[in-house]
Design a protein around this ligand. Structure first.
Ligand SMILES: [Zn+2]
Length: 305
């Protein structure tokens, strides 16, 4: 089966303001590279549906969700935290971003040897159970994981987060949930300045210094993540796919290349083939150097094939 790419036009309409790195052009850059690479012929593109409030309540506090709906502006914008803006189109975009993960989980759970990639924004992995932060309104990957745990009664989900920033929101939501193995690699110290010492038996954080190159990053992943995921025998692998660790991305100081994203996709695909009939759902997180982002997503998808 081909890889399914879920997205939605509403994800283009969430605006962070002029010259903001988390911009709609990120999705266009991915689309452009999909076309240029010929990959669009081997992927299936589908529109996402919006998440329901009930689905959000599984990962976020009811009060947080209800307040987010209540304060969504009809004009102008409001700040949810010093980095996170909400405008008139933001909630709809966030609901479709979260909904894409639910659609993708349904798709891979009902099929066999299915993979899905959600090309959506706003991203999600910094949103904690009770707080929007770091460009993230709703924690898309956590909502997808909760949907999988609840709808398909799974008992083992691995979430791999290779964004250059710590997936603090995802860790916050699953810190007491042993059914979820959470693996996050990130530059340290760097925003949000968490995760360096919060690992436990089901949270495997890899805080790495700025300047980290392909070899060192792969060595850490090979040593700490791959054997742990293999031993955990996940029934589903979810990926917070952030591409801001690319050498050309000025948001941070890792020196990864698109080949590294292809490599980790292929390593995770082998584990998914071994343990869960190839079931993988990846969701876009960061990645702000537009050309590198498009190339990295294409390389990542090639790794899944
Ligand atoms: Zn990031």
């Amino acid at each position: 089966m081909p890889i399914t790419i879920f997205s939605h036009p509403s994800c283009y309409y969430h605006e962070n303001g002029v010259d903001h790195p988390e911009c709609p052009e990120r999705l266009s850059a991915i689309n452009d590279q999909l076309i240029r690479s010929g990959m669009e012929y081997v992927v299936m593109q589908r529109d996402a549906s919006p998440a329901t409030k009930e689905a959000l309540y599984l990962a976020h506090g009811k009060r947080y969700v209800d307040e987010l709906f209540a304060k969504a502006p009809t004009e102008g914008h409001i700040w949810l935290d010093p980095d996170t803006i909400m405008g008139p189109k933001s909630l709809n975009a966030a609901l479709h971003a979260a909904g894409s993960g639910i659609n993708a989980v349904d798709q891979v759970m009902k099929g066999s040897n299915e993979q899905a990639f959600c090309a959506v924004r706003p991203p999600g992995h910094h949103a904690t159970r009770e707080q929007a932060m770091g460009f993230c309104l709703l924690n898309n990957i956590a909502i997808a994981a909760e949907h999988a745990l609840n709808t398909y009664q799974l008992s083992r989900i691995a979430i791999v987060d290779f964004d250059v920033h710590h997936g603090n929101g995802t860790e916050d939501i699953f810190q007491h949930e042993p059914r979820v193995l959470f693996c996050s690699s990130f530059e340290h110290p760097l925003y949000p300045y968490t995760g360096a010492d919060s690992s436990n038996e089901h949270i495997i954080n890899l805080p790495l210094a700025g300047g980290c190159r392909s070899g060192a990053w792969r060595e850490q992943v090979q040593q700490h993540w791959l054997p742990a995921i293999d031993a955990f025998a996940p029934q589903l692998i979810l990926i917070s796919a952030g591409f801001d660790g690319h050498a050309e991305d000025e948001m941070a100081h890792f020196m990864l290349r698109e080949e590294d994203y292809q490599w980790i996709a292929s390593e995770l695909k082998q584990l998914a083939d071994k343990h869960c009939q190839g079931r993988i759902v990846a969701m876009l997180e960061g990645g702000y150097a537009l050309s590198a982002l498009g190339r990295s997503v294409v390389a990542f998808l090639k790794g899944l094939l």
